[in-house]
Design a protein around this ligand. Structure first.
Ligand SMILES: Cc1ncc(C[n+]2csc(CCOP(=O)(O)OP(=O)(O)O)c2C)c(N)n1
Ligand SMILES: [Mg+2]
Length: 346
């Protein structure tokens, strides 16, 4: 789908319905509304550091939409929309954004999103992802793993090691490079001398493709095709998108990139092109837009209220790391208890 909402019929994915495209439009719009809210709450001191996804909605929603329930997803740190499409409860995401690991776990949620939590050390999730993928193959499961890494992450050793393993063992892995053109202040051109990031897969013997990461249908198709082929081995997909906002709330991109660059990407917006497509087909209008935005605001406000009502047991900071708790940690817990540390909520 191009910037004006026109479809290339020859490339159109088999069986994708207008109802599904409408649904993807709603999910992208929801992700954008959640993103704006999270940024605002961080600025009010109610959330901790946040990595905005503005501009990257099509890469995240299109790819997640192509997965099935049985697939397993290993995200990086910016893929909040992937969590939402996979059915991860929004209030849990918000609890994590308050800084509590309780939000990262899905153990007490009715719906299993089949995902690992967001992970900050760049590219370390990739060897995990290929391990899960290999386990699926070993156990003869009929599903695959989808994982994400940024353009900057493709310079890490973990990226090459994961691809090598996946290639040798033909692991059912779809590795998505979310190329948003920046790794904090490092532009894509200075990140690597490779002409494309997709071509890095060639050396590992893995088929790869570059796709317009702002075209939700293109991303959906590339990932769907890769998942269909996953029983034969891995695929690397480079999604070309753009980080419209901050790296994180600790960053000020006006210090290192010209506003004109950001302006130039506005016409490539991933959401407005789908709206144009739906409007041309008579499937969308201003009234539907307003109704959807109102529903999204209410859903988000309810999730914020639930997340902010969550009371944290400070003792939990000693849990879930070791199966056998070392003495030094026990001593620290005793010391904290002796100092009445538990009495105030943190
Ligand atoms: C191993 C490691 N090195 C450095 C950092 C600091 N850091 C956090 S995000 C980031 C840049 C990541 O860029 P990219 O992979 O393009 O992902 P994006 O932030 O654009 O989504 C860096 C260097 C880190 N978290 N982990
Ligand atoms: Mg990047």
């Amino acid at each position: 789908m191009d910037e004006n909402g026109n479809i290339d019929e020859q490339l159109f994915p088999n069986g994708l319905t207008d109802a599904q495209i409408t649904d993807m439009y709603k999910q992208m719009s929801f992700a954008r509304a959640v993103d704006a809210k999270a940024l605002s709450l961080q600025r009010q001191g109610r959330f901790v550091t946040y990595a905005p996804l503005l501009g990257e909605e099509a890469t995240q929603v299109g790819s997640a939409y192509a997965t099935s329930k049985d697939d397993f997803v290993v995200p990086s740190f910016r893929q909040h929309a992937v969590f939402l499409v996979r059915g991860f409860p929004l209030y849990k995401l918000f609890i994590a954004l308050r800084g509590y690991e309780d939000g990262a776990s899905e153990n007490d949620t009715p719906q299993k999103a089949n995902m690992t939590p967001e992970i900050v050390p760049v590219a370390t999730q990739l060897p995990h992802a290929v391990g899960v993928a290999y386990a699926k193959k070993y156990n003869k499961e009929n599903s695959a793993v989808v994982t994400y890494v940024g353009d900057g992450g493709t310079s890490e050793g973990d990226f090459y090691e994961a691809m090598n393993f996946a290639g040798v063992f033909k692991a059912p892995l779809v590795l998505i490079i979310e190329n948003n053109q920046w790794a904090i202040s490092m532009p894509r051109k200075q990140q690597t001398a490779a002409e494309t990031l997709a071509q890095k897969a060639i050396a590992a013997g893995i088929p790869s493709i570059q796709v317009d990461g702002n075209d939700v249908i293109g991303v959906y198709k590339a990932v769907k095709d890769a998942l269909t082929n996953a029983k034969n081995g891995p695929t690397v997909i480079e999604c070309l998108t753009y980080r419209m906002g901050l790296h994180t709330t600790a960053d000020d991109p006006t210090k290192y990139r010209p506003d004109a660059d950001v302006e130039a990407w506005k016409s490539k917006d991933p959401i407005s092109r789908v709206r144009k497509y739906l409007e041309k087909k008579g499937l969308w209008d201003d009234a539907k837009e307003k109704q959807m935005q109102d529903e999204h605001s209410k859903t988000i406000d309810d999730a914020v209220a639930k997340a902010e009502a969550f009371v944290v047991d400070p003792k939990s900071m000693f849990e879930n790391v070791y199966s056998y708790v070392p003495q030094v940690l026990k001593d620290e817990e005793d010391e904290a208890a002796a100092n009445s540390f538990w009495q105030g909520n943190v």
